[in-house]
Design a protein around this ligand. Structure first.
Ligand code: GMT
Length: 376
């Protein structure tokens, strides 16, 4: 099949999922066209069957806001015609589903029918899309999609609750490529750059937005490290990062915390990690938690959104109510204080991650594409 993937090219979960999906589809012989404003960060090299088409938005002083949706829908029309693309798969409803629908309409006028699959990732529904300024357009474009998928049951239910959606929503969870886990050559020198042998390594990875509850990450770590020698790896960048650095200074733990910023070394960091923290306010899935588990890392998370579908209480880690720092600390200490307990949690976290192996999830997307093509 010839598939266009529209996504955000950034470090955010939706962009990562879209990119990994496209790369795997290409490996499986499909022709994949990424259409976005920058080369996706996880698309380091263009591989066989992978194409990238940049959407350019010319700056014009008359416009207070440059019209990205317009440029995107025009680009979609041009690329569909040029490469005979058969399916549009848009990730994140805003504004991709809206632009995709416009492209479909323009193509229809020229006698070209192309199905659109929309994947909902979370913040497009629970945070941004739900805003009254966007809601009618988001509802409209979801209803106009030929197939709609969501990354968890929880997100599916939230979508039905928050919007007037007539479409069936198919749940296709996020996935992980396990075959790479273990491929890295583990080098003790690299670990020693992060922590002493006697210290546990605790990690948090996110885009440092409010929804991630960064102060909780630091509070949990601070209380754990008072009982168990540990270091905290903070990976990612975003609006809460400076405040987080200040908080570490106030607590006097700045020498125990490393801020990496956006890093391409996530696999290496996770491979040395003993515990992953994700105390988010909400999380439609929590891809970062799954990536941690694939590296045999147990997870302490909140129990909101789709997290209970990924992290299992007492099995792959522990879940607590949002903001329950004290319980998260107790659970973290329980996992970290005993080597045998930690090893058992690591093993179960990895077993859990296996359920989300890319090879199990990919056919679910292919089936949706096949059905969408037949419906045309
Ligand atoms: O919150 C993020 O990390 C970014 C955000 C995005 O839109 O890219 O992630 C969302 O999509 C991911 C991939 O499906 C999910 O794993 C994240 O849970 C989800 N974030 C939220 O729901 C807050």
């Amino acid at each position: 099949m010839k598939i266009a993937i529209v996504c955000y090219p950034t470090f955010g979960g939706s962009g990562v999922v879209a990119t990994e999906l496209g790369l795997e589809l290409a490996r499986r012989g499909h022709e994949v066209h990424f259409i976005t404003y920058r080369q996706p960060v996880r698309l380091a090299l263009l591989e066989t069957n992978v194409h990238y088409h940049e959407v350019n938005v010319p700056e014009y002083p008359l416009f207070h806001y440059q019209p990205y949706e317009l440029a995107l829908s025009s680009k979609l029309v041009d690329m569909v015609k040029l490469y005979n693309i058969e399916i549009l798969h848009v990730h994140y409803a805003i504004p991709h589903a809206y632009a995709g629908y416009m492209a479909k309409q323009m193509l229809k006028k020229e006698g070209i029918r192309i199905p659109m699959v929309t994947t909902l990732h979370g913040t497009d529904i629970t945070l941004v899309g739900n805003h009254p300024f966007y809601k009618p357009a988001v509802s409209f474009s979801i209803n106009k999609s030929d197939y709609v998928t969501s990354v968890s049951e929880s997100l599916k239910n939230a979508t039905y609750e928050l919007f007037k959606i007539k479409k069936k929503i198919h749940v296709i969870p996020n996935f992980i490529e396990l075959k790479n886990a273990g491929d890295l050559v583990l080098n003790p020198c690299k670990r020693s750059a992060m922590a002493l042998k006697s210290e546990r390594i605790i990690t948090h990875i996110s885009n440092f937005r409010k929804v991630k509850r960064i102060p909780d990450v630091i509070a949990v770590f601070n209380l754990i490290q008072q009982r168990i020698p540990a270091k905290l790896m903070m990976v990612g960048d975003g609006p809460e990062k400076v405040k987080a650095e200040q908080l570490c200074e106030q607590l006097g733990i700045q020498d125990r915390v490393i801020f990496f910023g956006n890093s391409n070394e996530i696999d290496r960091i996770l491979s040395y990690t003993d515990l992953f923290l994700l105390p988010s306010e909400t999380e439609s899935f929590g891809l970062a938690a799954l990536e941690a588990m694939a590296w045999r890392v147990p997870v302490i998370s909140s129990n909101s959104g789709g997290l209970p579908e990924v992290n299992f209480d007492g099995v792959s880690g522990y879940l607590s109510d949002v903001g329950d720092v004290q319980e998260m600390v107790e659970n973290g200490v329980r996992i970290l204080e005993d080597d045998a307990v930690l090893e058992a949690f690591k093993e179960r976290a990895f077993e859990n991650a296996k359920k989300f192996d890319i090879s199990a999830i990919m056919p679910l997307y292919e089936r949706i594409y096949e059905k969408a093509l037949k419906k045309q």
